[in-house]
Design a protein around this ligand. Structure first.
Ligand SMILES: Nc1nc2c(ncn2[C@@H]2O[C@H](COP(=O)(O)OP(=O)(O)OP(=O)(O)O)[C@@H](O)[C@H]2O)c(=O)[nH]1
Length: 279
């Protein structure tokens, strides 16, 4: 049995809705999770966006170390991409995105003018996988709360354009990229980071994978000092078991949730789960 179970009906619906959103806009702001920029990018997004300009936003920059941030800047540059880092919760990095989006808007209008067309406000949308921080970013871009930045139960309402500047308007609701189905390894990272939406998974197996990954990324010292257990001498599963024995009266579920929540809340420290591929 695979680690992550999907609900294909939901995915098909999300894909249809995203395509509808994308039809309406000139510019796309794609939000990735800075801890897993590769796993949080859907391979088909490029096709869906087509030739429209896109700004790549790596959110949750507060959850990765400076070294990882620099490594990603260089790597994306080598791929011909400019990236923008944000902490949408605190508002960090948002001004640079506003500036870049405005510039893209001006360029589009310049082209329209050259073709003899009247300038008009350029329309943008924020898209990304579930829970990557889209709503938080929209609220920061607009300087006020237009979207509830937390779990909402499928509230449908009219989409609205909100003016950012004379030349730029933003769709007040994010476009949700459906989960990717192609690689289990990436799906596990998405589950660890909670960027996964409607998928079923086993917390214990996900957390064991998290421990293994943290060791692989050479951040094992963080685990060792926090839980007084050396993860290098055991597997992730054994680590949970030992933690349950030493701290939680054999309760593996409590040990699991302690580790997973510590990571998800950033309490463990800034730990990247991916670094750029070498070569
Ligand atoms: N630490 C940290 N937390 C963030 C950041 N951005 C968003 N969050 C938190 O991440 C959670 C999800 O943010 P949302 O803005 O609701 O994400 P979303 O992509 O709109 O989520 P869905 O509507 O489920 O698709 C919230 O608890 C935010 O407070 C960030 O840059 N750093």
């Amino acid at each position: 049995m695979s680690l992550i179970q999907w609900y294909p009906g939901h995915i098909a619906k999300a894909e249809r809705q995203l395509k509808e959103h994308l039809k309406l806009v000139d510019v796309v702001l794609e939000v990735l999770d800075a801890r897993i920029p590769l796993a949080s990018h859907h391979p088909r997004v490029n096709d869906w966006i087509g030739s429209k300009p896109r700004l790549l936003v790596l959110n949750r920059v507060d959850m990765i170390p400076e070294s990882a941030r620099q490594a990603w800047v260089s790597w994306f540059k080598s791929q011909g991409e400019t990236i923008y880092f944000t902490n949408a919760k605190q508002g960090e990095g948002v001004k640079a995105i506003l500036k870049a989006a405005r510039e893209v808007g001006e360029e589009i209008n310049e082209k329209r003018k050259n073709r003899g067309l009247l300038p008009r406000p350029v329309r943008a949308v924020v898209i990304g996988l579930p829970n990557v921080g889209k709503s938080a970013l929209i609220n920061r871009l607009l300087g006020r709360k237009v979207v509830a930045s937390a779990r909402r139960a499928g509230v449908t309402r009219q989409l609205q354009w909100v003016r950012i500047s004379d030349t730029l308007e933003l769709l007040d609701a994010p476009g949700i990229i459906p989960s990717r189905l192609d690689k289990q390894e990436d799906a596990v990272k998405l589950a660890i980071c909670e960027d996964i939406g409607d998928a079923g998974y086993d917390n214990q197996r996900i957390t064991a994978a998290l421990v293994d990954l943290v060791v692989e990324m050479q951040y094992d010292e963080i685990l060792k000092s926090r839980y007084a257990l050396d993860p290098r001498t055991m597997t992730g599963e054994e680590f949970i078991e030992r933690l349950a024995q030493t701290r939680y009266k054999e309760d593996k579920e409590r040990a699991t949730m302690q580790i997973l929540n510590d990571f998800r809340k950033g309490i463990m420290g800034a730990i990247p789960l991916e670094l750029p591929p070498v070569g």
